[in-house]
Design a protein around this ligand. Sequence first.
Ligand code: ADP
Ligand code: MG
Length: 458
Amino acid sequence: MGMNGQLNLDFGNKFASLPDDKKWQVVCEHLASKGLDSSLEVWLRQIKPLSLSGDKFVFAASSSFAKEWIEKRYLSLLKETLSQFEGNEVEVELRVVPEKRDKEKTPSKRKTQTGLPLNPRYTFETFVVGPSNRFAYSSAKAVSASPGSSYNPLFIYGGVGLGKTHLMQAIGNSILENFDANVMYVSGEYFTTQYIEALKDGKISSFRKKFRSVDIWLLDDIQFIADKERTTEEFFHTFNTLYEMGKQIVICSDRAPSQLQLFHPRVRSRLESGVIAGIRPPDFETRLAILEKKLEMEKASLPQEVLLYIAKVIQSNIRALEGALVKLLAWTSINNTLPSLPLAQEVIEDYIEKKEAKANVGIQDIISAISKYFGISPRTLRGKRKDKKVLLPRQICMYLCRELTPASVTEIAKVLGRTHPAVLNGYNRIKEQIERDKELASIIQKIISLLPSPFEVR
Ligand code: ADP
Ligand code: MG
């Protein structure tokens, strides 16, 4: 993993001298900006830095369960990230330090949350509603207003990073606030691990008993268990038990029930028996609104053209959208200045989905940039001349067409009046040469700067 370019250098000499809490904040922001997985953030909140200097960094974990889970899943990531920021190899140790309980605040007996922890940030208030998620949102609201009634089970599905977990946890958070209920949140992966462990230790009956007391069952990422024989059976059992007791069940998945590879097809009709709500990728206005909401929550700001740019180029994944924003905010706080548009483009480069950025530039754009830069006409470029004055620009043209447009080699060959192997050959020549030849690299950079930027609406 890399602290990709720019930011890395900027932190380089400053990080080691920051106070512990600032260090931890920077690391958490960095990890969040990578959008590795949505529960990482919740787990990071379960540990507090005790000492972040020397060659061993020590953290306090709130329970031995938290300690074990974090050690199993995130220890190497933490170690690697901290070492990288610090600039030398560090060890990471977790110690169990139970949090002091506020006696007066002891929750009532029935109000409990079991399974994996909920992220307090995932609420209905922080969820931006648009045409792509309106139905899922209002279904989730209905569930939290009267759990266990008509929207049962609620099945939410959609692609990665579109807000399924957020909505599901918003249901959990809202119910915990308004009802005396036992809310259990588990991921398909967690359910599987727990089940396998129970099998191994011969504790199936106590595993099942745990679910008997659940009022609201939130099962995230069911696709993880759908193709596993025994785990699906156990899921089916749990589902039926709770359903018959009139408990609310909410399930999230990366695809519709009909698309799940179910080991037991009879499970499908169960999944489809309630309300099914799909979430689609957000439109431009929703993406912009999400960025603005997030800034408002962080009490931060960024130049409007930068926001428009992010909303324009990051289209299909809200996690990436947030990641880009967080990375820019980290950059802003470290450098104490607002980023310009070109700088922002550089900082968030890794978040931009290649195809979308590419789709904005066409072969003709590249041909006209090349002819402008070298002062040769498009006709000459496409013509028969093979002297160096024309050959190099033509090869650069082939290279850029392949790198920057979605066009196939065949299409490029056709437009340039060349053969398929000739285009491949030209492309490879430049690709190899650009590694060693600084002058060529800078020429190509200048040609790219003549192209319409992906920011321009066309
Ligand atoms: P999924 O579970 O669908 O993969 P998540 O619920 O983890 O996606 O969402 C990814 C990130 O995007 C989360 O940080 C979440 O808060 C944010 N997010 C998703 N949809 C919205 C929305 N409509 N409004 C605000 N934030 C959102
Ligand atoms: Mg999720």
